[in-house]
Design a protein around this ligand. Structure first.
Ligand SMILES: C[S@@+](CC[C@H](N)C(=O)[O-])C[C@H]1O[C@@H](n2cnc3c(N)ncnc32)[C@H](O)[C@@H]1O
Length: 238
């Protein structure tokens, strides 16, 4: 799955300056450095703890580690040839803004690839998913890329590691596009959407927090149960 997603990023040359956003402990980055010189790879994450764990991996020692926010990248315009992000978009409060940032930091002709989930198919799973995290549709991903100024936008569908195909025609997608000279204007610092850490703890926020936490806790076991049930159904009807 990792190799499939990364193939959309066109890591076809070892000297590509590459940014991995939401790099975490570096699972996707390990796939990137199979194609690109590690010293040309920058890992960005908002979590110091994740970056510390990445730092402990000898294979990633040469990669630059930067603490920062996908929606407000601490890099100048036109700094990279490639932008990759795997399994992080679902945590971003304003993905459209983050993808504009991807375009801003890429040189014209550079390629961005974002891999993320699709909405699950079952009604219960979809409800839990929506209460918990972001599960964008294919058209959301493509729309954000196009609005940011990318052209040649492509979608690579990915099946679940356990083999079932769910939701919007798949389990996850890798969406890639080529940066142009006509990017959307850089997001302004005042332009924030989504959650604020300093939002007061009203009853409504507490309820939202409790519902989101419960949905997150239930999502995996419910998903496993529904998957097993779907697998057994054809066996039973055979
Ligand atoms: C599920 S992990 C994926 C890590 C990695 N890409 C991989 O393939 O294993 C998601 C990562 O996204 C990071 N993240 C979430 N929101 C972020 C943001 N707004 N800016 C930067 N990193 C973010 C988290 O800290 C976490 O390390």
């Amino acid at each position: 799955m990792r190799a499939h997603a990364l193939s959309a990023a066109q890591l076809d040359e070892p000297r590509l300056d590459t940014l991995d956003v939401g790099a975490g402990t570096g699972f996707a980055t390990e796939g990137v450095i199979a194609h690109v010189d590690a010293a040309r790879v920058t890992m960005l994450d908002q979590s110091p703890d994740q970056l510390r764990r990445a730092q402990a991996k000898p294979a990633l020692a040469a990669c630059r580690k930067v603490l920062g926010d996908a929606e407000d990248l601490p890099f100048p315009d036109d700094a990279f040839d490639r932008y990759v992000s795997c399994g992080s978009i679902e945590y971003w409060p304003d993905p459209e803004r983050a993808i504009r940032e991807a375009h801003r930091v890429l040189r014209p002709g550079g390629v961005a690839m974002v891999a993320g989930p699709l909405p699950p198919s079952g009604r219960t799973a979809r409800w839990l998913a929506d209460a918990w995290m972001l599960f964008p549709s294919r058209s959301d991903y493509v729309g954000w890329f196009e609005a940011a100024g990318f052209d040649d936008v492509r979608v690579v569908a990915m099946d679940a590691p356990w083999g079932s195909s769910a939701g919007d025609g798949g389990y996850a997608v890798a969406v890639a596009g080529r940066a142009t000279r006509n990017g959307a204007p850089a997001p302004s610092p005042n332009e924030t959407v989504g959650e604020r850490a300093d939002e007061p703890w009203t009853a409504r926020r507490l309820l939202r927090f409790a519902a989101g936490s419960l949905a997150g806790a239930l999502f995996v076991p419910v998903g496993i149960y529904m998957n097993l049930r779907a697998r057994r159904a054809p066996e039973r009807s055979a």
